[in-house]
Design a protein around this ligand. Structure first.
Ligand SMILES: Cc1ncc(C[n+]2csc(CCOP(=O)(O)OP(=O)(O)O)c2C)c(N)n1
Ligand SMILES: [Mg+2]
Length: 692
């Protein structure tokens, strides 16, 4: 099939592989009539060099723990990834981390690029395609996530490596386009990566000077190299994206550099080889067109009419390159790990458990039980105590805050917890600085590396993290987002600091578990629930101010939280006339109202509903037992947007919530102004029953 296949030199065969990536990409986009051909055409030599000459990645075992990571942050160029995953014959694994015996991406998937059910979707999707290390597409996310992977490697190496046993020494490669480096999250991530001196991290910047609207001279005139030098990065430049020798040289220099991450600025030409689309924005996001595809293939010396052609020798070249190198290094590692296991059985067991997202035995020992207390405890304080217990029980549970640790109570204060810094990579307190967006992406990167991370900030700033929360749900990662100051608890700070629509917005994210516990014991149960999640992220929404710790001998046990909503209190001996449904700080308001209603001879029920998401996954029978369909008199109470509560109150019920922003005033006054007081709840309940 190939032009003179019998006599090809190694340079020829390399070029053949590169052109295979290019033409597969062009053909796939053309066939799909949508996609991004130009960047794969330009970056095929780079991706070929990283994969076939540099990376230690075993296509037979794409989840080998010590593999090098490759993140395509310019996710629109996904055909690069589908091409190499196919050409390396990377194998598929399932969500239980088992090999399933077929390739991750077939040629047929590529023929069906962007079609329903194809393993070559529009953008890289971690949960869908084995060999994809992170879901990318929202620009900047991939590079920020790669920082989390690099932090993870440093932490893992520090904890598990022993003299003669470099169990973790992998490297992280990410490719970024102009968009990734224009996005704020890219800057945040670069800043912290430079600060932490992550020398296991290498980004390659595709400096093609083209984005959708045209040449970057209309938007992007800064000196990127200087910017990264200022961040403390090691910066290299390769001025010809077709020069695989120089690319390889630069990657090797990145490898040998110590004390700082490396940025390789790679000058490239989008749509390389296309006579009419080369260096144009049109090459970015539309098919080249049948005729242009033909002309481009001619320019590559490719058979013009061949489609989805993988010439003889190409699979073999990948097998001899990454295939052999990956299998050898995985094999050596596996041998090394067996000796390590004999010598350090406990550490090896931890690594095994971590890889399967299991928890060590005894992970929940010493979790606190809080005694009834009317003055009570703030959600954040209970959380701080639980975090400190869990982090001691689970070695690979770690986290931090975006500079609000003392306020979020996310600091691990026990002896030896330590701070993660360049010179102390074993610390379990991560300091993200005031960089919420990249904090979230870093948490996802840590999760992708099988650590169990949490990150804190004020709930209002979940807005700054929403894109990464969404991606963690899409990737099915057990990342934990801890948010404190959940409502109007920091009253005087005013409406800029008072979340309103945030709960509704997070509850709308598919697969995300959102939890707003009502007292200290519900906080404990929330953690117990969250820690057992293996493929779902969780958002924990906690109060700043003390909440009464309910008397669980009088009211139902907090363990009911595990069902999302539970009957906390009922009128003794009679079926309820009215149901009060509340979350978080409003649970105790509902309980007080309930006591008033009982005293007035009204049979009320209190339902604590810390999580809509969990409740929705219970049986209909259970849900009906908590919210009996025949009881229409229902009042929901939540210091947040009323949006969505109708699903539980029904058309005849009432919602005491927020329909405006808050205000700057002491909390008590705000509660009065906006009606979050037992008297108001009682009045609304009576009105509903016509006894007002
Ligand atoms: C956060 C975000 N904003 C906008 C987009 C839409 N978008 C996709 S690609 C692109 C242009 C990217 O330009 P560049 O990164 O230079 O990629 P190139 O065209 O050079 O491959 C844009 C705006 C996106 N994917 N993510
Ligand atoms: Mg560009």
């Amino acid at each position: 099939m190939t032009p003179a296949a019998a006599t090809v030199t190694s340079t020829d065969i390399d070029q053949l592989c590169i052109n295979t990536i290019r033409t597969l990409s062009m053909d796939a986009v053309q066939q799909a009539k949508s996609g991004h051909p130009g960047t794969p055409m330009a970056l095929a030599p780079l991706v070929y060099t990283i994969w076939n000459r540099i990376m230690r990645f075993d296509p037979q075992d794409p989840i080998w723990p010590n593999r090098d990571r490759f993140v395509l942050s310019n996710g629109h160029a996904s055909m690069l990834l589908w091409s190499v995953l196919h050409l390396t014959r990377t194998q598929a694994v399932n969500a239980e981390y088992e090999r399933v015996g077929h390739p991750s991406v077939t040629l047929d998937d590529i023929r069906r690029f962007r079609q329903l059910g194809s393993k070559a979707p529009g953008h890289p999707e971690y949960h869908l395609v084995s060999g994809v290390e992170a879901t990318t597409g929202p620009l900047g996310q991939g590079i920020a996530t790669s920082v989390g992977m690099a932090i993870a490697e440093k932490w893992l190496a520090n904890r598990y490596n022993r003299p003669g046993f470099p169990v973790f020494d992998y490297r992280v490669y990410a490719i970024a386009g102009d968009g990734c480096l224009m996005e704020g999250i890219g800057s945040e991530a670069a800043s912290i990566a430079g600060h932490l001196g992550l020398d296991n991290l290498c980004w390659v910047y595709d400096n093609n000077r083209i984005t959708i609207e045209g040449h970057t001279n209309i938007t992007f005139s800064e000196d990127v190299a200087m910017r990264f030098l200022a961040y403390g990065w090691h910066v290299l430049r390769v001025s010809d994206a077709n020069d695989t020798e120089r690319i390889e040289h630069a990657l090797n220099r990145a490898h040998s550099n110590t004390g700082s991450p490396t940025l390789i600025v790679l000058d490239s030409h989008i749509g390389y080889g296309s006579p009419h689309k080369h260096d144009t924005p049109e090459a970015h996001g539309e098919p080249l067109g049948e005729e242009e595809v033909r002309l481009t293939k001619r320019a590559y010396g490719w058979p013009e009419d061949a489609k989805f052609l993988v010439p003889d020798g190409v699979y073999q070249r990948f097998a001899e390159g990454i295939g052999k190198r990956g299998a050898d290094s995985n094999g050596e590692w596996t041998q090394l790990f067996e000796v390590y296991r004999a010598q350090y059985p406990e550490l090896a067991a931890e690594i095994d458990q971590m890889q399967r997202r299991e928890l060590p035995s005894g992970w929940d020992r010493n979790l606190p039980v809080f005694p009834a207390d009317q003055k009570g405890m703030a959600g954040r304080d209970a959380s701080g105590k639980v975090l400190n217990v869990l982090a001691q029980n689970i070695p690979w549970f770690l986290g931090g805050s975006a500079d609000l640790g003392p306020s979020n109570r996310t600091l691990l204060t026990y002896e030896g917890a330590g701070d993660f810094e360049a010179n102390s990579p074993g610390g379990k307190n991560l300091h993200f600085g005031i960089r919420e967006h990249s904090m979230g992406a870093i948490l996802n990167g840590l999760s992708l590396s099988k650590l169990r991370p949490y990150g804190g900030t004020f709930f209002i700033f979940s807005d700054y993290e929403r894109p990464v929360i969404r991606l963690s749900a899409m990737m099915e990662l057990p990342t934990l987002f801890v948010f404190t100051h959940d409502a109007m608890g920091d009253g005087e700070d005013g409406p800029t600091h008072q979340p309103v629509e945030h709960l509704a917005s997070l509850r709308a994210i598919p697969g995300l578990v959102t939890l707003r516990p009502g007292d200290a014991n519900e906080v404990v149960e929330a953690y117990r629930y969250i820690m057992q999640l293996r493929h779902q992220p969780a958002v924990l929404v906690l109060s700043r101010q003390p909440l009464p710790t309910l008397d669980r001998t009088k009211y139902a046990p907090a363990a009911g939280l595990a069902r999302g909503a539970y009957v906390l209190a009922d009128a003794p001996g009679v079926s309820p006339e009215v149901i009060l449904i509340a979350t978080g700080s409003e649970v105790s308001v509902a309980v007080d109202a309930h006591e008033e209603l009982l005293a007035a001879g009204i049979a009320s029920r209190v339902v604590s509903m810390p999580s809509w998401d969990i409740f929705e996954h219970q049986t209909q029978e259970y849900r009906d037992s908590v919210l009996p369909p025949n009881i229409a008199a229902r009042v929901a109470i939540e210091e947040a947007s009323t949006f969505g509560w109708e699903r539980y109150t029904g058309v005849k019920g009432r919602v005491i919530g927020m329909t405006t922003f808050g205000a700057s005033a002491p909390l008590k006054e705000l509660q009065r102004k906006f009606g979050f007081e037992p008297e108001r709840v009682t009045a609304v309940a009576k009105q509903l029953l016509g006894r007002g």
